[in-house]
Design a protein around this ligand. Structure first.
Ligand SMILES: NC(=O)c1ccc[n+]([C@@H]2O[C@H](COP(=O)([O-])OP(=O)(O)OC[C@H]3O[C@@H](n4cnc5c(N)ncnc54)[C@H](OP(=O)(O)O)[C@@H]3O)[C@@H](O)[C@H]2O)c1
Length: 278
């Protein structure tokens, strides 16, 4: 494996630590984003899911690719299937990031993207991460600043995963063929409720943070009021149903299988990101 690795979403939450992990392994990386700016010393390349004319230059000289759906989008099939096709046509190995639980039903659009990749004939690995720990300093930070996290999660628990563990899992999947043809459900080491997460956050936020369970409509109203598009707000509300049902509380050893180390706990994430959470 001497050619380059294309990392889509290279300036994003998973993309940035993934580029760094690959560079640390001595890999040649093409860091893709709409701006095409270099990332962590890796060459940048312009790539836009919505502009297939950008695909050719991005895939040039590439034999492996990390493919993910940027946050804020709900149309996974529309955006990802053309990329899978472009990769498969060049026999580029794809490591595809989807979402924990999408294998529950083949009718789920994200699962249909997985199936298309499985049938494409190109080498692949599928990674299905659970809820990111890092959402607390991204999506939920404004709430934390006001001392509360208001979500339609009920009393459900999730085995939150640190993006560093997703990135390290992806780096392994991209740099060895040992896991080709397999899918991995990536979780943190334990299931944590939002009430317990709020307790952890209180310790670094310098003030009390409490969890307030709300219903879907209040959640959608709060998001749209903060400028989030209605379809994305509805989508975010819908993905709390599995949380309330307890389905996102499952814990796997798949990060350990891929990376050789246990995943980071939510407490470790909070401690390491204390500055960003304050
Ligand atoms: N958050 C969670 O809890 C969670 C849990 C499980 C799975 N996931 C999955 O993970 C995905 C998000 O991963 P993430 O947080 O690492 O992503 P992210 O940070 O939202 O990724 C954004 C990246 O995509 C690039 N980008 C945005 N629009 C683009 C476009 N039209 N064409 C090309 N590149 C574009 C951005 O660069 P530029 O803006 O510079 O172009 C940036 O590099 C979600 O969509 C979801 O499917 C998320």
């Amino acid at each position: 494996m001497s050619q380059k690795i294309l990392v889509l979403g290279a300036t994003g939450n998973v993309g940035q630590p993934l580029v760094q992990a690959l560079l640390a392994r001595g890999q040649h990386v093409k860091a893709a984003s709409r701006s095409g700016k270099p990332v962590a010393g890796a060459e940048g390349v312009v790539f836009d899911y919505a502009r297939p004319e950008t695909f050719h230059a991005a895939f040039d000289g590439v034999d492996r690719a990390y493919v993910m759906l940027p946050g804020g989008h709900v149309n996974s099939k529309e955006l990802l299937l053309p990329v899978i096709q472009a990769a498969a046509a060049r026999r580029v190995k794809v490591v595809l990031q989807t979402v924990f639980g999408v294998d529950a039903d083949d009718a789920i659009p994200y699962r249909q993207v997985e199936i298309a990749l499985e049938r494409s004939g190109t080498p692949y690995v599928i990674l299905r991460p659970n809820w990111f720990s890092d959402n607390f300093h991204n999506f939920w930070k404004a709430g934390i600043d006001h001392g509360q996290i208001a979500l339609p999660a009920g009393t459900g628990k999730s085995s939150f995963i640190d993006v560093r563990d997703i990135a390290e899992s992806a780096a392994v999947a991209l740099t060895t063929d040992r896991f080709d043809g397999q899918s991995f459900n990536l979780t943190g080491p334990e299931a944590v409720s939002y009430a317990d997460a709020a307790q952890l956050l209180s310790e670094v936020a310098g003030k009390p943070v409490r969890y307030v369970p709300i219903d879907d409509s209040a959640f959608v109203e709060a998001l749209t009021g903060a400028g989030v598009a209605r379809d994305y707000a509805d989508f975010l509300a819908s993905i709390f149903h599995p949380v309330r049902e307890g389905w996102t509380a499952a814990v796997t050893d798949h990060v350990q299988t891929l990376t050789g180390h246990a995943p980071r706990s939510l407490a470790t994430y909070v401690r390491d990101n204390a500055q960003r959470l304050r």
